[in-house]
Design a protein around this ligand. Sequence first.
Ligand code: SAM
Length: 271
Amino acid sequence: MNNPPHLPIDTITSSSNAEIKMLRSLHERKFRRQTGLFLAEGMRHCTEAVQMGYQPMRLVYAQGREADKGMATLIDACQKAGGRILPVTPNLLSRISGKDNPQTVMAAFCMRYGQLSDIRPGKDAADIWVALDRVRDPGNLGTIMRTADAVAAKGIILIEDCTDPYSVEAVRASMGAVFTIEIIQTSSADFITWTKGWGGEIIGTALPASKDYRTANWQKPVILLMGNEQAGLTDDLCKTASQLVRLPMLGRSDSLNLAVATGICLYEAIR
Ligand code: SAM
């Protein structure tokens, strides 16, 4: 097959290639911060990312897969973004992804964060936001992003020191939702100040709360406020809630997994 003139002819074969090392380093938060890039895997998720306006700065694929369905769109987006197109051997895809059975295409995209000031309170009566206090587990965060997308929530507000929404684990667990919802990072103090202008409900979840989540007023717009996996919500954040609710615990466990509790509340919010 003749290579189109704009595609690189040489396949990268060495794991000591600088591009391969850089892509591999994106498993670490430090290097994601330095480069502003994160990894996404698979044709479906890379295509979704491009559709949502994310810019692919590196496009990596298994040699010989140039003609795969959807690849032309990714190549075009990468070229328009001024990125690099990198055909590689299959074992290098494994090396970059850290998996034995990697996807045949991956891309490094620019991270994107919104601002609290961009949220116009009460603009849309159907708005749902999920605010997470110091979420630590990337699997929980990815699952919450996926569930937020499923109920058409606007996005996630990450309060204080949270796990990175753009880590490989969180992106995988989000199943592409990381591209479709907004992600905002903020401090607890800024969040508390900002909520004073929020026009709707703020529903906090806490084990000591007396109100059953099914009897709460889920009138939208609503912010669902969820606590840290170990410590729960801080007292200051609890005080910002217009309602504090609990999910009944009828067995021996004293709490639900954070992502499960978030999912139950989000489906109550759209019921
Ligand atoms: N030991 C922590 C505590 O005392 O809050 C448990 C935290 S729980 C694993 C993580 C978060 O999930 C909580 O902060 C809360 O937002 C939510 N959550 C889990 N189970 C809940 C329940 N039964 N009622 C209300 N919120 C719950």
